[in-house]
Design a protein around this ligand. Structure first.
Ligand SMILES: *Cc1c(COP(=O)(O)O)cnc(C)c1O
Length: 465
């Protein structure tokens, strides 16, 4: 397998190089040149594997043997050793046709841990093997930052800087990032929203001289390794649910922001997992819902919602999907992304739009519906959904398919988003790891929303120590 760019001017890249490149050098996103096919016989064989065993099988399809088997096994085991549930991503039944895939049992209580704990291990491995300096740079709507910092804090050869939008992440998200005391961590609290942070990161990665001279590495879902790691739980959940039911095909409902998680589901489907619909759940920032329903990809006004990790208008990973739905035509992607830059929108019609609508359902869940969903499930089954997971469940309820079964992704633990839970009039008990955060001192630097200020802070950070 090789990795290529959606914009056609990067090719022949191996797994480790793709991991280290992050954003494609031509501004596009890296994808495998061929999607690996998983046969029904292989699916059958994988059914009884543990989560970690399944990870190794799926990663082997992408890693080209570039990491010796024993090393990869050690990295994977270390990545998931910090999870609080033996199954890593357990599935639980909410009602007859609806299951919940719990993705929040990692150290920072959100699904980002599943890919990022592995990426932290892999960066540390590469830094040691190649005797390299690695400066991880990322933007976060809250959860990526906490998870990435957790994965590499105090690690030799690695520095990490995370930009988060000032005042637009939840209190617990902020504390998880800023109470880490290691000197290889820099938190920049940026005046602006997540899209502003993400745009600056993409600009810095697109400046190839800056990227190379500052040893930049990406942890956002522009990095293909994140997508790869997230395909695993789609397979795992499918196996758990089909073991105890008669169904042979399932739908997934996915709370979506940057289109990373749901793209992993799309990839799993393309690899051969029997997936019916992928239901895209958004909040008021519903650019992706409008794309699925109307074929128009055009950012609207940014809104602050109860589900801040999904407060995103410009979805980085959308380009990967566009590439596939338009028949892997890099020239057309280059053209469309140019058009997006100059005119602020992308429109697709006809056969391509029909394909999108056959593959995806979409529902934008408004604030009240989100809170009502939390209250409804808490009252009916005593299960407390976080506001992101509630968007997924609300969308799944809307798309209830005749005789079908939906697995909805629970992307965070409710303790991370107590602001919304309190509004539901529900009092929750915090896990002790989260309560402890409120006692710790914070370290962060406030910056205005200009690229110059961010670069100035980065230079000081990289030159220090
Ligand atoms: C990041 C995040 C999402 C959105 O995932 P994408 O891959 O950006 O679509 C949803 N829920 C939670 C809790 C998140 O942290």
């Amino acid at each position: 397998m090789e990795f290529i760019s959606t914009r056609g001017n990067v090719s022949n890249i191996g797994f480790i190089d793709a991991f280290m490149m992050g954003l494609g050098d031509d501004g596009g996103l890296l994808v495998p040149n061929e999607i690996p096919a998983v046969s029904p016989e292989t699916l059958q064989k994988w059914q009884e594997l543990s989560y970690q065993e399944l990870v190794l099988e799926i990663f082997a399809l992408f890693t080209n043997g570039e990491i010796p088997e024993q090393d990869l096994k050690a990295l994977v085991n270390a990545s998931y050793a910090t999870f609080r549930h033996p199954e890593v991503t357990p599935v639980r039944k909410l009602k007859d046709d609806l299951y919940l895939l719990e993705l929040f049992h990692g150290p920072t209580f959100a699904f980002k841990d599943i890919a990022l704990q592995f990426m932290g291990q892999l960066y540390t491995y590469v830094a040691a093997k190649q005797n390299k300096k690695i400066h991880i740079l990322g933007a976060t709507s809250g959860d990526t930052g906490a998870s990435a910092i957790e994965g590499v804090k105090g690690k030799k050869g690695i520095k990490i800087c995370i930009l988060h939008p000032h005042g637009k992440v939840s209190k617990v998200q902020e504390l998880q990032m800023t109470t880490v005391q290691d000197d290889n961590v820099l938190n920049l609290s940026v005046d602006g929203n997540f899209d502003d942070c993400q745009r600056m990161i993409k600009d810095l990665f697109a400046d190839l001289d800056f990227k190379a001279s500052n040893h930049l590495a990406a942890i956002n879902s522009i990095n293909f390794v994140r997508i790869m790691a997230q395909t695993v739980y789609y397979f795992y959940a499918y196996f758990q649910v089909t073991k105890e039911t008669e169904v042979k095909q399932v739908s997934f409902s996915v709370p979506t922001g940057n289109f990373g998680d749901i793209f992993a589901g799309y990839l799993a489907k393309r690899m051969g997992l029997p997936v019916d619909k992928l239901i895209l759940a958004t909040n008021e920032n519903n650019i992706l819902e409008r794309f699925v329903l109307e074929g128009v990809y055009k950012p609207g006004d940014f809104r602050t919602t109860y589900s801040p990790s999904m407060d995103i208008q410009v979805a980085s990973n959308f380009e990967r999907y566009l590439y596939y739905v338009l028949g892997e035509d890099a020239a057309q992607i280059r053209f469309l992304m140019e058009t997006f830059k100059s005119e602020g929108e992308i429109v697709i019609t006809g056969e391509a739009l029909a394909k999108v609508q056959a593959e995806f359902g979409a529902h934008g869940v408004l604030g009240q519906e989100c809170l009502d969903t939390i209250k409804k499930y808490e009252a009916a089954s005593g299960y407390l959904l976080d506001p992101h997971s509630a968007c997924g469940v609300a969308a799944a309820d809307k798309y209830e398919t005749e005789g079908g079964l939906t697995i909805s992704l629970a992307t965070a633990h409710p303790a991370k988003f107590n602001e919304a839970i309190e509004l539901c009039g529900i009092e929750q008990q915090f896990p002790e790891q989260i309560s402890a955060l409120f006692e710790k001192p914070q370290r962060q630097t406030r910056v205005d929303g200009s690229l110059e200020s961010v670069v100035r802070e980065l230079k000081a950070f990289y030159n220090g120590n």
